[in-house]
Design a protein around this ligand. Structure first.
Ligand code: PEP
Length: 333
């Protein structure tokens, strides 16, 4: 159970900050601000205290279901049926990522508000492109699927940089950064995964690892049209030691990393982007533990693996959005 001393105070501060922000700062509606337009950090008591807990995002709670390489035609149909029958709240954005072969079925079957994501897309790794758009993803690349194809089929989202791709397929930070920029260039919304191994955590390198992963994305997103941060880029913090292991990060561990990621965005991209970027937690989230994590101020959603294959459980996890809004003290989106 999660009742950490001082946590309620943090939630109160977060709620107050959010309320003052919403009143005082007009919401941006267009493309992300360029770095040159960075704004000074609001001089609220929370900001002055540099309390990492006070950096609350303003985006809609978002839950992703990563089906990975699972499913048969029959099991996918059953899962789609369960999802459609689930009573999903209207204060959450939900994106499911079937294997490529089942995306069409999912797009044709799922009712609103479900959206669909690919689990990966391709860009030529060695290509050097000063425009950062790397518009060379179709051609002699056997076995790959291009961002251009996803765009053509109207697939709105793609997951990039999942730790399984980074580790099993040796995708470097730079490669992931290129993929993100290229996917954005094709108008795709991106969930980009970051996270540390147990060894890295134990040797105190968690934030160094994550910041390097983020920097590689920041180096490629040029904030020009169709290649911007903001609500179209979601960061999924997924500690590798928590993925598929049943070992969930503690709420304090999650909150600390999320707040530091948000601060990094404020310092290295813009305050605007820090506020708008949604940060998901992923790693053994299930229907039982989701509420405890959803209460945290800097958690804007989840990326779910195993539990996303059980329709009823996944819908419960999505509906933890209500717990989040109540806890952080702001009206639902
Ligand atoms: C994932 O692979 O993105 C993930 C979070 O998996 P799980 O929920 O099974 O830990």
């Amino acid at each position: 159970m999660m009742t950490v001393m001082g946590f309620d105070v943090a939630l109160m501060l977060a709620g107050a900050l959010e309320a003052s922000r919403e009143g005082a700062i007009a919401r941006r509606t267009g493309a992300s601000m360029r770095p040159s337009h960075r704004r000074a950090i609001a001089s609220t008591p929370c900001a002055r205290a540099r309390d990492v807990r006070a950096r609350v995002g303003s985006g809609k709670f978002i839950v992703g279901g990563n089906w990975k390489c699972n499913g048969s035609r029959a099991s996918v149909r059953e899962l789609l049926r369960e999802l459609n029958e689930g009573a999903l709240g209207d204060n959450v954005e939900v994106v499911v990522a079937p294997p490529f072969l089942f995306i069409d079925d999912a797009m044709a079957t799922l009712r609103k508000p479900y959206q669909v994501a690919a689990q990966n897309c391709w860009v030529e790794p060695g290509l050097v492109d000063p425009t950062h758009h790397y518009d060379s993803d179709t051609g002699a690349f056997t076995g790959e699927v291009s961002a251009e194809m996803l765009e053509d089929l109207g697939i709105p989202w793609v997951i990039l940089g999942h730790s399984e791709r980074r580790n099993l397929f040796k995708e470097s930070n730079e490669f992931v950064g290129k993929k993100v920029a290229h996917a954005r260039y094709h108008g795709l919304n991106v969930i980009v995964c970051v996270g540390e191994t147990l060894e890295e955590r134990e040797s105190g390198k968690t934030m160094d690892v994550i910041f390097a992963q983020l920097q590689a994305v920041a180096d490629e997103i040029d904030d020009k049209e169709h290649s911007s941060w903001g609500s179209q880029v979601v960061i999924a913090y997924e500690p590798i030691w928590a993925i598929g292991t049943g070992k969930v990060a503690t709420p304090d561990q999650v909150q600390e990393v999320h707040a530091k990621i948000r601060k990094w965005l404020a310092d290295n991209v813009s305050e605007e982007v820090a506020r708008e970027t949604r940060i998901q937690y992923g790693g053994s989230v299930n229907a039982q533990n989701c509420a405890d994590i959803a209460r945290l101020s800097d958690i804007d959603g989840f990326l779910v693996g195993g539990a996303s294959l059980k329709g009823e459980d996944f819908v419960k996890i999505c509906n933890a959005s209500s717990v989040h809004y109540k806890a952080v003290g702001r009206a639902r989106k």
